[in-house]
Write a protein that binds this ligand. Structure first.
Ligand SMILES: Nc1ncnc2c1ncn2[C@@H]1O[C@H](COP(=O)(O)OP(=O)(O)OP(=O)(O)O)[C@@H](O)[C@H]1O
Ligand SMILES: [Mg+2]
Length: 353
C-alpha cells in the first residue's frame, strides 16, 4: 500500500499558472490517479522527481523488484503520442516503455540510472555531440497504427493563428513584433505549399534535460514529443537553446552553423526552422496566464535576431489569400499609421499581451 502522493509545490504552481482551472483540477486529482494505477500495476512508489513540468513523475518498483518510472501527464493533446513514440523507439537510444494506460495517459517506463541530465556534462561540446547523435539515431519511419501529430497540421495551425495575429498587430501598430511574425508567416506558408510528407518520426523536445545518464547505454532520451514531419524541424530547438536569453546576430550565425553541421542540414534551412520555432514559442499559449511572458519575451528577442536575414517589411502579409476583404477593410478602418510612439519604444524587449 502506497502513502498518498504529494504533488511537488513547483510542479503544482507551474501547471496551475499554465493551464488555469484545468491545471488546478489535475493537481487535485493526480494523487488518486497515481494510487489507482499503482494498485493496478502493483507498484511501490517513491517520492516524485522535482523536475517535472506538466507531469507527475515518480520512481516505482515493480512486483519483480525491477525499478521503473511512473509518469502521469497532464494531457494536452500532445503528450498522448509520447507512449507511442517510446514504443516505436523500442529502447534504441531511448528509455523503454513497459506499460501504457490510454484512459489516464499513465506510462510505466524504464528507469535510467543514475539519471543525471546531459545538461550537467562538464564538456558542453561533448554533450552537444551526444545529443546530435541521439537525435539522428531516433529518426525513423513513423510506425502505422497511431496518428502522430503531423507537421502539416502544425504548419496549417500556425498560418491561421499568425495571420490573425499579424492582422491584430496592424491595428495596434507594433512593428517590432510584427516583423518576425510576418517573416515566419511567409516561411510557414512556403513550407506548407511545398510540403511533402516523408513519414519520418521526429522529436520536438530533445533538449539536454531530456537526455539522461543510463546503464545499458551511456545516455538515453526521455520525454519525447513526436511529430511526423521534416527532420530539419528538429534543428530549431537546439538553436534557440544555445542562443539563450540575450541573443545577438553574430551568435545566431555561429549557432546555426554548429547545429547545421551537427544535425547534417543546410544552414539556411536550420535558420528557417529556428525562426519558425521562435515564433511558435513567442505565440505559445497566448490565452494563458501571465506566467509565460518571460518565456515568450525571450522567444520574441530570439525571433527578432533570427529574422534579420529575411524580408523585414512588417506589414507585407504574404499571399493575397491572407487578406480577406472584410478583415482587411476592418483593419484599415481601425489602423493608426504611423504607430503611436509608445508602441514602438519599449516593445523590443518585452512581449505585450
Ligand atoms: N525514465 C526515466 N529515468 C530516469 N529519470 C527520469 C525518467 N523519466 C523522467 N525522469 C526524471 O523526471 C524528470 C521529469 O520527467 P519528464 O522529463 O518525463 O517530465 P516533464 O519534463 O514534466 O514532461 P513533459 O515535458 O511531458 O511535461 C526528468 O527531468 C528526470 O529527472
Ligand atoms: Mg522533460
Amino acid at each position: 500500500m502506497n502513502r498518498r502522493i504529494a504533488v511537488p509545490e513547483r510542479l503544482a504552481q507551474r501547471v496551475t499558472a499554465t493551464f488555469g482551472d484545468a491545471g488546478r483540477r489535475w493537481v487535485a486529482e493526480v494523487p488518486d490517479v497515481a494510487a489507482a494505477v499503482a494498485d493496478r500495476w502493483a507498484l511501490r512508489l517513491g517520492d516524485p522527481f522535482p523536475e517535472g513540468t506538466h507531469a507527475l513523475v515518480l520512481p516505482a518498483v515493480r512486483p519483480d523488484g525491477a525499478r521503473a518510472v511512473l509518469k502521469l501527464p497532464l494531457r494536452d493533446g500532445e503528450n498522448d503520442a509520447e507512449a507511442f513514440a517510446l514504443r516505436a523507439y523500442d529502447g534504441d537510444g531511448a528509455v523503454r516503455l513497459y506499460g501504457h494506460d490510454p484512459a489516464t495517459g499513465a506510462m510505466l517506463i524504464e528507469q535510467a540510472e543514475p539519471g543525471d541530465p546531459l545538461l550537467t556534462h562538464p564538456d558542453m561540446a561533448a554533450a552537444f555531440a551526444i545529443a546530435c547523435g541521439l537525435v539522428l539515431r531516433l529518426r525513423r519511419p513513423a510506425p502505422p497504427g497511431f496518428a502522430f501529430p503531423s507537421m502539416r497540421s502544425l504548419l496549417a495551425g500556425w498560418v491561421a493563428q499568425w495571420t490573425q495575429l499579424a492582422l491584430e498587430l496592424r491595428v495596434t501598430g507594433d512593428p517590432d513584433r510584427a516583423a518576425p511574425l510576418t517573416a515566419a508567416l511567409r516561411l510557414a506558408r512556403r513550407q506548407l505549399r511545398h510540403y511533402r510528407e516523408a513519414g519520418v518520426l521526429i522529436n520536438r523536445d530533445t533538449h539536454l534535460r531530456n537526455i539522461v545518464a543510463a546503464g545499458r547505454e551511456p545516455w538515453l532520451v526521455i520525454d519525447p514529443k513526436p511529430v511526423v514531419g521534416p527532420p530539419a524541424y528538429e534543428a530549431g530547438l537546439p538553436v534557440l537553446l544555445m542562443l539563450g536569453a540575450e541573443p545577438t546576430p553574430d551568435a545566431a550565425d555561429a549557432v546555426i552553423e554548429q547545429v547545421a553541421a551537427g544535425l547534417r542540414h543546410d544552414p539556411a534551412e536550420v535558420r528557417d526552422w529556428a525562426l519558425l520555432r521562435a515564433v511558435e514559442n513567442m505565440t505559445w499559449n497566448r490565452g494563458g496566464s501571465g506566467s509565460q511572458t518571460g518565456f515568450q519575451a525571450v522567444s520574441a528577442r530570439q525571433a527578432a535576431v533570427l529574422m534579420r536575414r529575411y524580408d523585414a517589411d512588417p506589414w507585407a502579409l504574404p499571399g493575397p489569400d491572407t487578406r480577406r476583404k472584410t478583415e482587411m477593410a476592418d483593419v484599415e478602418r481601425r489602423r493608426s499609421w504611423p504607430p503611436p510612439a509608445n508602441s514602438v519604444t519599449g516593445s523590443r524587449h518585452e512581449v505585450r499581451r
